[in-house]
Write a protein that binds this ligand. Structure first.
Ligand SMILES: [Zn+2]
Length: 211
């Protein structure tokens, strides 16, 4: 037998309380830490919340939504929304529920302080929304290549970010020249010298032709 609606409404209230008042809960800084609170009526009397929910269209599968994202959990600022309907009505906007709260992707990205393009890329790779939002931005690797050798090139130092946000490294070639090379070109084996390997090959070919 299916559990009564009341069970799910109480569960939603429990998660609201956790988000707003339990510092140990993941994501607390996005709710309680931002000053979001629950009105006294709901906080002190779960039945008041249940009554409000049932009187305001609660159905299984709906999630609570704060109309004003900076406002509190209280009857004036809350509504029940479906993820599915929202997605059908507004195709360009994707909605996600986390701990029973629904927001669009942009709102979640703002709350978690991550660029939307990065989160969208993660989702397209099959990450679930919570992992996509809770995994911090990868720090640019400027250290691990230093001192390593790729062909004739020894990496000296990170010099900065080039076009396409590529990491660029200064390298010293065995022949003594210094060149700046993209990280990816070093790792893929595309660039193995300052250009002297190619010059030597050309010289060999022209010497061969002369013979
Ligand atoms: Zn060289």
């Amino acid at each position: 037998m299916e559990k009564p609606k009341r069970h799910y409404i109480i569960k939603t209230l429990y998660h609201m309380k956790e988000r707003c008042y339990n510092k140990d809960v993941k994501g607390f800084e996005n709710w309680g830490g931002r000053g979001i609170t629950i009105c006294d009526e709901w906080l002190n009397n779960s039945e008041a919340f249940v009554s409000w929910a049932l009187a305001n269209g609660y159905q299984r599968g709906l999630t609570i939504d704060r109309i004003d994202n900076d406002g509190n959990y209280c009857p004036e600022n809350c509504q029940w929304v479906t993820i599915k309907e929202n997605n059908q009505h507004r195709r360009s906007t994707r909605f996600f529920a986390i701990n029973g709260e629904t927001k669009n992707l942009q709102q979640w990205c703002d709350i978690y302080g991550l660029p939307r393009s990065m989160v969208e890329k993660r989702l397209s790779l099959g990450w679930d929304i919570e992992k996509a939002l809770n995994t911090p931005k990868k720090k640019r690797d400027t250290e691990s290549l230093v001192g390593k050798k790729f062909g004739r090139l020894t990496v000296v130092r990170f010099v900065g970010v080039g076009s396409g946000r590529k990491s660029r490294f200064e390298c010293v070639c065995d022949c003594g020249n210094t060149v700046v090379v993209d990280r990816q070109k070093l790792l893929s084996g595309h660039t193995k010298s300052c250009g002297c390997i190619r010059q030597e090959k050309c010289a060999k070919i022209s010497a061969f032709k002369r013979d």
